[in-house]
Design a protein around this ligand. Sequence first.
Ligand SMILES: Nc1ncnc2c1ncn2[C@@H]1O[C@H](COP(=O)(O)OP(=O)(O)OP(=O)(O)O)[C@@H](O)[C@H]1O
Ligand SMILES: [Mg+2]
Length: 351
Amino acid sequence: MLRKKRDLIGIDIGASSIKLIQLKQVRGQFELVNMGIVPLAPEVIVDNSIMDPGAIVEALGGLVESLKVKTKNVATSVSGHSVIIRKIQLPIMTEEEAENSIQFEAEQFIPFDISEVNLDFQILGPDAKDPSQMAVLLVAAKKDFVNDHTAVFLECGFQPVVMDIDCFALENAFNINYDTAEDEIVALIDMGASSLNVNILKEGVSVFTRDIQMGGNLLNEELQKRLGVSDEDAESLKLGGTVADVDTASVDQVVSDSCNTIVQEVQRSLDFFAATSAEEKVSRLFLSGGASKSDILFKTLQEKFEFEVELLNPFNQLIVSEKSFDLDYLEAMAPLFSVAVGLGMRRIGDK
Ligand SMILES: Nc1ncnc2c1ncn2[C@@H]1O[C@H](COP(=O)(O)OP(=O)(O)OP(=O)(O)O)[C@@H](O)[C@H]1O
Ligand SMILES: [Mg+2]
């Protein structure tokens, strides 16, 4: 009974589609109860900002109706320029003391007016080198930006009870499905339509995050620009299709150039992490997001880095009934659902 009351659904509003995941806790494991996806037109969300809330309300309403979702409580997430994540040092203090002083302490770390942001923090523990200090994860998100997101849920009759950050949802999805060795450092990258969410974990705990405003859409934009094709044709060429009067050699060249650009951005983030954390090295890279389904992008990443590159399967350790779900479909869609699975794991009252 108590558990039921804390139930919620995870809804990830991405630039190209909305994903919904409902999970049930069964003896310490999660079982997949419901999943669904509905596409969004490219102009609905631009640079992570909701440009057409009506279109989202309509798409989401339709999705929820077709999936017969009853739960009204939602966990969702945001990312991008309006979200700042910083690891900061504060003198050792209690959670309550931190609660009272975080507003003041945060001011110097946040590039926005402090009155314009929602602040959250998590005490990570005492500093390894200086025992009088503790490490704190500070998260600030612009109020306007968060309000735009909550508004579409309220409009659909939902209660957005958990507001997460994409890269932390990704981290949760990873941790429930994979084990890491002691001291092991893994990089998670969700490669979506318009953004790359990077989260580097040490023993499953985030040590570095970064959102890059670039994604699978880069291929579409470049194909359109360089080959003069339409938006629809660019998407079909990207997915391996053919279009009259467009030769495959030029398509391959554009795709390969764009993949190199994306890989360079990933490299820059990993280099930045390496530069700020002297002795620590990433040993595995897990990819998710729709763009990770691109063989060429995957191969380009594999060739670039000496460490292992693999796909993150957010359904890896979930209980999935073969009667209720088509396993082939699930496997094909898995990369798109990492953030949604991470959100679906959350429960009301979670911080
Ligand atoms: N087989 C494939 N090959 C290449 N790209 C693909 C493939 N399947 C999907 N994609 C691309 O993946 C992207 C969508 O992925 P995803 O659903 O993870 O993004 P999103 O969550 O909507 O966007 P974002 O996270 O950036 O807000 C699109 O750019 C789509 O073209
Ligand atoms: Mg996404």
